[in-house]
Design a protein around this ligand. Structure first.
Ligand code: RIB
Ligand code: CA
Length: 306
């Protein structure tokens, strides 16, 4: 298994918290920086939530606060999904750690440029910080191996019938990222709504000590939790990075709609009718059994250390 230097840009957010938990403890992932963005809840709350998770696990990872609103569109949160705090369902201790004294864009630029090898960006919130980074510091592109992002969908939306929340939150930022020329992997609703964390897996997580109690508390609170399981959307980006063999992907030319009723839609030129080249590797299928086995095994290993 390869070793990756990664940065996570996120809007915790219950499923972001699950993804962060997994990334913090995987020996193949060197998490260099966490950046936060407004999305599920305000950037103040997403930053506090990232601090809560690193504090819970006593991990000293720099956290830089990012954009408080989209590039052009009005900010609309998803507190109906993740609760008022953005991570309801567990009573976290007040974090003793603080964000670094640098904004997310400058922290992203410095961390990426100073790293001794290319960095993989994992993005699980609105793409505002990434768009600002690529616009203000275009030279950074050559230091980014790829961006694995939770967002978009080529079949259906969750904010409208066609738009997924992260892309809907800041479609102009999504378009800048999609057109950046950086290798992109889209872990969208096409797989995250199909490869659910089953309730059987969730019940097996519950008794795994303090870690199981915390994860069970927040996941069972998630609006995307139902009788058939929970869409822990963002956790699928980490599973993809470590186990791409569990996914079926196809390269498409993707464009992002930035106005009108289809705002935030990610449209794939599936017949290559308008573009001969492609810009995104889109995840179309995921092995749900492999995902559940993997996440349970990972959480058991994590829980053994707390
Ligand atoms: O559409 C799901 C995405 O929107 C996830 O990243 C979730 O955390 C929310 O940000
Ligand atoms: Ca998210």
């Amino acid at each position: 298994m390869k070793n990756y230097d990664i940065i996570m840009d996120m809007d915790p957010g219950i499923d972001d918290a699950v993804a962060l938990t997994l990334a913090l403890h995987n020996s193949n992932l060197n998490l260099k920086l966490i950046t936060t963005v407004a999305g599920n809840v305000s950037v103040e709350k997403t930053t506090i939530n990232a601090l809560k998770i690193t504090n819970f696990f006593n991990k000293d990872i720099p956290i830089a606060k990012g954009a408080s609103h989209p590039l052009i569109k009005k900010f609309e949160d998803a507190s109906h999904v993740h609760g008022e705090s953005g991570m309801d369902g567990y009573n976290f201790d007040k974090p003793t750690n603080n964000p670094i004294n640098m904004n997310a864009v400058n922290a992203l630029y410095q961390t990426i440029k100073n790293n001794d090898k290319k960095v993989i960006l994992i993005s699980t919130g609105a793409f505002t910080n990434i768009a600002l980074l690529l616009t203000q510091y275009p030279d950074v592109k050559s230091n980014i191996e790829k961006i694995v992002f939770m967002g978009g969908s080529v079949h259906s939306g969750n904010m409208t019938s066609v738009a997924e929340f992260n892309m809907f939150s800041d479609p102009h930022a999504g378009k800048i990222m999609i057109n950046s020329g950086i290798p992109l992997v889209m872990v969208g609703l096409d797989v995250t709504k199909q490869s659910l964390l089953t309730n059987d897996t969730l019940e097996k997580i519950k008794p795994l000590g303090p870690v199981g109690k915390m994860l069970y508390g927040i996941i069972s609170h998630d609006f995307d939790h139902s009788d058939s399981g929970t869409a822990v959307h963002d956790a699928n980006t980490i599973f993809y990075l470590l186990h791409p063999e569990a996914f079926q992907t196809k390269d498409y030319w993707i464009d992002v709609v930035t106005e009108g009723p289809a705002l935030g839609a990610t449209v794939a030129d599936v017949r290559s009718a308008y573009h001969t080249d492609t810009n995104v590797s889109v995840c179309l299928k995921e092995d749900q059994v492999a995902f559940n086995n993997w996440i349970l095994q990972e959480i058991k290993k994590i829980a053994d250390n707390y």
